[in-house]
Design a protein around this ligand. Structure first.
Ligand SMILES: [Fe+2]
Ligand SMILES: [Fe+2]
Length: 276
């Protein structure tokens, strides 16, 4: 039996700086959780632990304002390395986001399945980061070699006190956006004959649908618990916590598969939003 609680495991991952070390620890803890859940009488308690306001990150990459990060042109090896580097950065952030949702809201009683879902997601994000890092290294680069977007943790900070807001903005908006853009990225790497990157992104694409679906599932669960109408609540929370309009084109098929109907996101696009 593990001596650590799940919340303590989460904080341990969040407090680890190096990317590969963070993902290795994340995968070890996820495996312990899954093993304990599969064996009667070996439950790991959820516990309580204070997650850091911001997760520990490596000294490199340098974090820049999004407008200062150089544009990526996919027509060259250099451009494709920059795209993969940006994906690696998103995946590492996602590892922390999933462990953060585990540790941050333990005062809100949730069914154990909520934790199963996010531990599994954190494990998958760890795998995604490693797969993309492998591609970068095969191309003679590595995570940390280029600057990356600062401010990716903003959604987490903005929703630190609001679990429904976190579910609305992180899995149901940000991760759903990943479903919209990934097919186009896969096509770019297919054209370049970059088989390893294509395979990595196909894994990511298949698994991210589930993360969005977990978000939608637990958002609707909480709406049901509080007798709330999910659609207007979703719109209110996204307008409160997400800065900017949602951008079409949307991957309506995958969004539907993940339990997000069109009337959740279309009213949040620019043309549907009145300025001010
Ligand atoms: Fe991912
Ligand atoms: Fe994800």
């Amino acid at each position: 039996m593990s001596a650590k609680t799940l919340a303590e495991m989460a904080v341990e991952v969040l407090s680890t700086k190096d990317g590969r070390t963070k993902t290795a620890l994340s995968r070890t803890h996820a495996a312990s959780w899954a093993a304990a859940r599969g064996a009667a009488g070996r439950d790991i308690p959820l516990g309580h632990a204070a997650p850091p306001q911001r997760p520990a990150r490596p000294d490199r990459p340098e974090l820049l304002d999004p407008s200062d990060v150089p544009r990526r042109r996919p027509g060259s090896d250099k451009g494709r390395i920059a795209m993969l580097h940006a994906v690696a950065h998103i995946e590492l952030n996602a590892v922390d986001l999933h462990w953060d949702i585990i540790a941050r809201y333990t005062d809100t009683p949730m069914p154990i399945g909520f934790y199963d879902d996010w531990v599994k997601s954190a494990d998958e994000e760890s795998k995604h980061f490693n797969l993309i890092c492998d591609c970068l290294e095969e191309m003679g680069s590595h995570y940390g070699a280029l600057p990356a977007h600062a401010g990716m943790w903003r959604a987490a900070e903005d929703t630190a006190g609001d679990l429904m807001g976190r579910l609305a903005v992180v899995p149901m908006v940000l991760e759903a956006r990943g479903l919209d853009v990934t097919p186009g990225m896969i096509a770019i790497f297919e054209r370049a004959g970059a088989t390893r990157a294509v395979e990595a992104m196909q894994v990511i694409y298949a698994e991210e649908v589930h993360h969005v679906a977990y978000g939608s599932k637990w958002f609707h669960f909480l709406c049901g618990r509080h007798d709330l109408d999910p659609k207007p609540v979703f719109h209110d929370l996204v307008r409160r916590y997400f800065h900017g309009a949602l951008k079409p084109p949307f991957n309506e098929e995958k969004r539907a598969e993940a339990g997000i109907p069109p009337d959740f996101y279309w009213p949040l696009t620019e043309s549907a939003t009145t300025p001010g």
